[in-house]
Ligand binder design. Sequence first.
Ligand code: CO8
Length: 257
Amino acid sequence: MPGQLLISTPSEGVTLLTLNRPDKMNALATPLLREIAEAVEAADADDAVRAVVITGNDKVFAAGADINELSKNGVVEGLADVRPAIWNRIRSARKPVLAAVEGYALGAGNELVLCADIAIAGEGAQFGQPETNLGIIPGAGGAALLPKLIGRARAMRLVLLGERLSAEEALACGLVSEVTDKGAALACAIELAAKIARRAPLAMIQGKAVIKAALDAPLDAALATERQAFTVLLGTEDKRLGTDAFLTKIRARWTGS
Ligand code: CO8
């Protein structure tokens, strides 16, 4: 019987994680969330993997945390909850993570999109943080991180009113970087991931790390972090190969060293 997370390699250097709980709208119950964290960490540890794509199915990316699980949790369970640590593991991925979204990305599903570095939406996709409909608020970035990415005004409407963003609105506010025809988001995300997989590996990791750090740091600190990463890359074989390739007009074969 297939698991709740399908792991495949659709293109060289690309790991594809497909959420597979279609009968429960891909609700992110703790075991599934844990499987995602383990798969992301395995990809990070595997030199052959350069990028990760996370997707759902044609109708739903993920409709949130598992409400059956949630309904049984009180304050005590909340205090002992292992999920914040699992989310941190997903958020800490070093290699680029892409999300391909068709249909609903709601609650924790949208928070999983927020973990991605590049998100692609198929026409008709819908993004939201409907937790206040359940008498709670988002718990994995949907209130804390969302306003930094899409702005306070839109985040307030999503969280306080339970409104959803269409694919086009998500594009306009920078939640996703591209809208494709319905059903074409995954192919688009795999193509982008394959492009990343062909590029200088250390530069991909450092570029991602600096951009993420810059979201939270004052400009001086962000510029210092950028400068440090830039300087470290000057000492790499890939930098020598990249500059030689430009000067000799011969394509570089990156080594990731
Ligand atoms: N959890 C559990 N089961 C779900 C969930 C869910 N989030 N979403 C859908 N399902 C189940 C339904 O109960 C139904 O099951 P069954 O057939 O056994 O009755 C099945 O999936 C199909 O769902 P629907 O019949 O509702 O399908 P529709 O096409 O009519 O509607 C929707 C699709 C709009 C996605 C609808 O299912 C919906 O609104 N789902 C809930 C969305 C939601 O409220 N999400 C927020 C959840 S709370 C959350 O994410 C908090 C995160 C906190 C993280 C904290 C970490 C520390």
